[in-house]
Design a protein around this ligand. Structure first.
Ligand code: NZQ
Ligand code: ZN
Length: 386
């Protein structure tokens, strides 16, 4: 096991009716900005619950943060933060709203010229404007981590940053919110969380026994509850297990002391930037070819995954590893997620060279757990995913 440091300061309020506790978490003399997305919270009652919980506060609102949070929109929100002297933000939404608020949190205290540089220069803010979240969509883990991914559609860029200053102060996780989520987003949440575990697990053996078993148990739980939550998102017990699995998949606990990959996400973000494909679906597109291309260096963990997560006990390491890779594809397909780029766009032919060109241009190289994948390798991987 590698050496590690670990700190996660986010307080979790999990369960039914936890939204009512918002006022316990935010001091009364606070100027709050409530931020949300395209309006789903106004249809499913979450907006009303939040407003009721925050009665008596000095409350401003900013709605309209789109999926794949858009830089220009976030800069508008930043203006409101400054003009209204906001001292606390409350993100009510999925990963896009929460990521957007993390960016505003960092930008509010940024003293450089152009906040976009936080992303370009991968600045890791030590301090941000404090914020809490009310999670409405289990998927990204953003509610309990310090990562944020921001899109600039004008230049077709999608870039990430993270830092100790942009953890949420608290996050409210009420599984009842899952009832209103459309099937497509439930499937996305399952596939995204599953891939988060894979990115931190599918590397090489390092004798981190507990981290391996925790990762495997998150995947097993997602597999177990997937049919129930896909069939009926108002199944509270399934929703509760779904929500906590998504948080545990990316709150830092399974990552400690082990190598991590994240190349699938790096390539996936480019496919979202280029084609607007949902984040989770880009991961399902890339996963198979990434694991096939890097089969030799990953086969031990692929085989362990096949054995422990899918009960594939017959065959050699190689045979089990191949079967494990196939199981991941089948899992994504069982959620109704298509796994080839050509399933999403007829314009896919130049995608691989374009992804490689963009990585080259930005100096992105050394991807994967061995930090040895070049832009030329990513070109081959994306091409294998056509
Ligand atoms: O905008 P509204 O109207 O709220 O609708 C949203 C949106 O259209 C809807 N939705 C959310 N909660 C709902 C609901 N509809 C009905 N009922 C509810 N309770 O769902 C749609 C998608 O929302 P979004 O927030 O975009 O989805 P998700 O949580 O999957 O977030 C995706 C974003 O997170 C980034 C992705 O790149 C993408 O930009 N990621 C962030 C990560 C992180 N911070 O750690 C890691 C991930 O790997 C990922 O990259
Ligand atoms: Zn993801």
């Amino acid at each position: 096991m590698k050496n590690f440091e670990f700190k996660n300061p986010t307080k979790i309020l999990f369960g039914k009716d936890q939204i009512q506790k918002l006022s316990q978490e935010i001091p009364q003399d606070t100027n709050i900005l409530l931020l949300y997305g395209g309006g789903s919270i106004k249809k499913n009652g979450i907006y009303e619950q939040v407003k009721t919980a925050l009665e008596g506060y000095n409350l401003e609102e900013f709605g309209g943060i789109p999926a794949n949070p858009e830089y220009d929109v976030l800069m508008e929100a930043l203006k409101v933060v400054k003009e209204k002297n906001i001292t606390f933000m409350l993100a009510v939404g999925g990963g896009s709203v929460i990521d957007g608020v993390k960016f505003i949190s960092a930008a509010a205290l940024y003293d450089g010229e152009d906040p976009w540089n936080i992303l370009v220069e991968k600045i890791m803010p030590e301090k941000g404007l404090p914020f809490g979240t009310v999670l409405t969509l289990p998927a990204t883990g953003s509610e309990m981590n310090s990562a944020s991914v921001i899109t600039r559609s004008a230049t077709k860029e999608k870039l990430a940053f993270s830092g100790p200053g942009v953890f949420p102060v608290f996050s409210v996780l009420d599984p009842s919110v899952v009832a209103s989520i459309p099937e497509r987003q439930i499937a996305n949440g399952l596939a995204d969380a599953f891939t988060h575990v894979l990115e931190q697990y599918m590397t090489y053996p390092i004798d981190a026994l507990l981290q391996d078993r925790m990762a495997e148990s998150v995947m097993q739980t997602l597999i177990e509850i997937a049919p129930a939550i896909m069939k009926d998102p108002s199944d509270y017990q399934a929703a509760a297990n779904f929500m906590w699995s998504c948080t545990m998949a990316l709150n830092g606990t399974i990552r400690v002391g082990v190598p991590t990959d994240w190349a699938i996400h790096m390539m996936g973000h480019e496919l979202t930037a280029l084609f607007g494909i949902d984040h989770a679906r880009t991961l399902a597109i890339i996963a198979e070819s990434h694991y096939t291309y890097n089969f030799e260096s990953k086969k031990e963990k692929l085989a362990q995954y096949a054995e422990r997560v899918w009960n594939i006990t017959e065959g050699s390491i190689k045979e089990k590893a191949k079967a494990g890779n196939q199981k991941t594809i089948e899992f994504n397909q069982s959620l109704g997620i298509k796994t080839r780029l050509s399933d999403y766009t007829s314009n896919y032919k130049g995608a691989a060279s374009e992804v490689a060109r963009r990585f080259e241009e930005r100096g992105v190289s050394g991807l994967g757990e061995h930090r040895n994948l070049t832009p030329a390798d990513t070109e081959k991987i994306v091409e294998m995913a056509y």
